[in-house]
Write a protein that binds this ligand. Sequence first.
Ligand code: ADP
Length: 531
Amino acid sequence: MHYGTLKKHKSYLLSRKNQLDLQGRLLELAHDAIIVRDPESNIVLWNQGAEHLYGWTAREAMGQITHTLLQTRFPVSEDDVQNILETKGYWEGDLVHTNREGEQVIVESRQILERDARSKPMAILEINRDVTERRRLEVIERKLQAEQKAKLDFLQLIIDELPVGIYLVRGLEARFVLFNRATTSVWGAEVKPGQPLKEFMEDNNIKLLGANGQELSFQQLATYQAIMTGANIYQFQEVVRRPDGSVLPILVGAIPLKRDDAPYRFSHDLFTGIDPDERLVLVVHQDVTILKKTEALKEEFINLATHELRTPVTVLAMGADMLLARSARGHGQPLDVRQEKIVQDMRQATRQLSKITEDMVDATRLQVGHLQVKQKPTDLLVLVTQVIDRLQLTTPIHQINLHTSVDKLCVFIDADRIEQVLANLLSNAIKYSPQGGPIDITIKEETRTNEALLQVKDGGLGIPANQQSRIFGRFERADNVKAMHIGGTGLGLYLSRELIECHGGHIWFESEEGVGSTFCFTLPLCSENLS
Ligand code: ADP
């Protein structure tokens, strides 16, 4: 060979050697196990990554049969892997190997078949990445997800069987998250997950009406109020006008979930994408058609009874008043002490009778939509103080306290009707705390919702939990007070709720048997000034 050519060839060999050294060092640097085996599966290269992963040194591994050394378990048969390698030239998949310590190692394996110039298989390159921990976590994750799904499915099964509509909405737009079968029958339309309540109602031409028959705006709905205020709303009366025009009276409960109750932790599809800042509200729709029908039956009786009662009661009351007045003025035969006591008792009894009759008349008027309220700006504080003063005189064993930080609160109300509500709540607090004690009335101005909030709290008998949902119904009375023979008609709360809702407010309570009750209601503040 010519000297110059020889020199060139030498330098070519040198640079080729350097290149190979570099590649060799790179192989050693890799974290992955890199193995090269000949067509007979004898190991011909075993890098440091392989030493680290499997525990055998390169010297020990060289010449061994890969799958015997590593006790390889394939996801498909070994022959299939071989076939794919031969036809496609590469194969990818998970393998289970056993390391020197006898522990199982899961690897993500990529294999390439190298062929020589005559296309004969020459070597197989294998890069194995340790995914043991990742796969273990994935199995746990999958198991957890399956458990959660099973729990949710079970929950769905239960709530689907309930006769009340139950659904969960999220965020300001009240998007449906979860709902049961009865939800669809209450609305009369198919609910779609993720759809905002407003859009759902508009798409299906569904309207919600209030107790007075007027259409409620979206902001007035119990669900939306619970979303906005974060407060629990119970027993809110709404009427659903469904796509086919039929109407369904319902009682709505809307309960915002507490952060800890909320299923943000669930990785189930249903809850993914829920922003933890979005409020989740559980809504319950109770169909009260049957209740209303039963009430209609009572209607006829009340109608008859009230009209037949009113006149004789008035005659009796007037007679007793006249007798007492004549006796006081010295007209006719004077009444002796015993007679006067009897006439006074008669007058007291006729007053009670007249109150019951008037309540019944109001209830009837309400039923036929004839109860009217004449609203004007009124100072709620003055009204409350008058009722407190009047009722405090009726009980020496209770102390009625008023708590408020305002000295005037203008509400737009029919003062007689709200006085009736106040008197009813306060006399109930007195009547159902037979042991006496404090009764606390709190008045607050809720500037955010532009409402007055009034609470009447007693430490009396309370209402048994299983009877609370129907206590606003007509003639509904709890068993505990009936058992103690405390008199009443069960009309006061019914009328109170109708009257408060006629004013655009709402009324609810919290009560625990043996601990006491707190009745609350709201009234819209008036924009005008008091005259
Ligand atoms: P009434 O008092 O004439 O029975 P209401 O409609 O005013 O009728 O009340 C309905 C029922 O609600 C009562 O019979 C009683 O069982 C329960 N209730 C109302 N207020 C209270 C209260 N403050 N404490 C305990 N129970 C109450």
